[in-house]
Write a protein that binds this ligand. Structure first.
Ligand code: ACO
Length: 431
């Protein structure tokens, strides 16, 4: 990180040189850490539109050019040549693994898939129709109770075990939530299967008959997990970092990230896209919904459109769009009309002045739900799938945050707009 200075002059003529940090890629960053001490003012940036909350070596996004890189590798290359397990190693350790390292990592993840039996009983306490994201967040939070013995953040071995457990057990927890929802018996993981095959087995196999795993389904899931694996300081990742910055148990920090991801403005959008497409129902209704999305007095937004960072295109959406064609063609599922509707909606929006002027393009969630549905995954599980992919990004960021020797508890300041000081009024005198 090289350094320069940015001169800031206050209205009373006092100037302050603020260091400018230069990263390896992307815009320079003005370091305002001394501003309050030197000038007595805070910066104000609700939603962190122009604020970097940390420095990070993990992921880079150029929203103007539509670039996404994990540890310097373009996501398009990883999507084409790599696997989710290899990408997970890359995100956690910073480098692509050798063949031996990859084999050892894969073995470790395969052998951490089972849950403590007590955790499985936890599911008996949920209503049969509980939302799987609610169960995921609660059960991952409960890992802090089951695996409290290995959460010494100072110990690199503990950090590794924590990372492996999150990555390996999330599909098992997700599958348990799904089986509870549909009233089927829980299927134990099979360590002879790879990550995505095992997930499909736990979701769709039943004890009564053999289940054949569709390689296209496993390939599609693997791709989706690669594309969702990390996205720098997004809402859920920032939540994990913030919760973890107090030294909180890391499983609790991941549970907080899952809660943040659930929101419809974030990972919940994939579920919302499907509901929206079903509501639109037919191409003849597209115009009406486009008008609703543009109407400031109507809360409706085109779900799966727009992104805080991507103002040109979301490279993940481009890759997923291609995968949609492949999955629907190979699986020959009945969702093709929904995909056709999505393609038509995309075209209408992309040619509409409102969407063009505001740089609103399809994001990763616009198409991912269509693939999940074609794979037989119910809508309520879409955000859970996103969480499984993103869990490795959260873990990588937690590790980076916790091992930063200059790390501080995250504690933003505010612009106070409440009442000025006033005296307590006795209850008898209040009107
Ligand atoms: N439909 C219609 N108008 C939109 C949309 C949309 N999907 N997205 C943004 N706009 C408009 C806003 O009304 C606003 O207009 P204004 O400037 O006239 O007020 C302008 O575009 C900018 O939008 P903001 O909400 O200020 O942009 P922000 O960066 O804060 O929000 C977000 C980004 C949350 C993704 C937003 O585009 C949105 O709500 N999209 C729909 C939900 C969605 O798809 N979320 C998934 C994001 S990707 C992910 O988390 C994996």
């Amino acid at each position: 990180m090289s350094q320069d200075a940015f001169r800031l002059t206050s209205p009373d003529g006092k100037s302050l040189d603020l260091p400018i940090h230069r990263g390896t890629c992307g815009p320079d960053v003005i370091d305002v850490a001394t501003l309050y001490r030197e000038q007595g003012v805070f910066t104000y940036d609700p939603g962190f539109v122009s604020t970097g909350s940390c420095s990070s070596d993990i992921t880079f996004i150029d929203g103007e050019k539509g670039i996404l890189m994990y540890r310097g590798y373009p996501v398009e290359q990883l999507a084409e040549h790599s696997s989710f397990i290899e990408v997970s190693y890359l995100l956690l350790h910073g480098e692509l693994p050798t063949a031996e390292q990859l084999a050892a990592f894969d073995r470790t993840i395969r052998t951490h898939t089972m849950l403590n039996e007590g955790m499985l009983r936890f599911f008996n306490g949920f209503r049969y129709d509980a939302h799987p994201m609610a169960m995921l967040s609660a059960v991952v939070g409960s890992m802090s109770a089951y695996y409290h013995d290995t959460t010494n953040a100072e110990d690199p071995e503990h950090r590794d075990i924590f990372s492996h457990r999150i990555l390996a057990k999330l599909p098992t927890i997700a599958a348990a939530a799904y089986k509870l929802n549909i009233g089927q018996p829980f299927m134990y993981p099979r360590n002879d299967l790879n990550y995505c095959e095992n997930l499909l087995h736990m979701f769709f196999a039943v004890p009564a008959e053999p289940y054949e795993i569709d390689p296209i389904a496993a390939e599609a899931l693997d791709l989706l997990f690669i594309l969702h694996a990390d996205h720098e300081q997004n809402c859920s990742t920032s939540t994990v970092r913030m919760a973890g910055s107090s030294g909180a148990n890391p499983y609790s920090a991941i549970a907080a990230g899952i809660a943040a991801l659930w929101g419809p403005a974030h990972g919940g959008a994939n579920e919302a896209v499907l509901s929206m497409l079903e509501e639109i129902g037919h191409a003849k209704n597209i115009g009406k919904y486009i008008e609703k999305a543009k109407d400031k007095n109507d809360p409706f937004r085109l779900m799966g459109f727009g992104h805080r960072v991507y103002k040109n295109f979301d490279p993940r959406a481009t890759i997923i769009r291609e995968m949609c064609h492949k999955v629907l063609a190979k699986l020959g599922r009945k969702d093709t009309p929904l995909f056709d509707l999505a393609l038509e909606l995309e075209q209408v929006a992309l040619n509409d002045d409102y969407f063009k002027q505001k740089n609103l393009y399809p994001n990763v969630d616009f198409y991912s739900g269509i693939i999940y549905r074609a794979l037989g995954i119910p809508t309520s599980m879409f955000t859970v799938m996103f969480a499984i992919g993103r869990s490795v990004g959260w873990t990588a960021h937690w590790r980076e945050m916790i091992s930063d020797p200059k790390g501080k508890i995250a504690r933003p300041r505010q612009l106070y707009t409440g009442s000025p000081p006033r005296d307590y009024v006795d209850i008898a005198q209040r009107k």
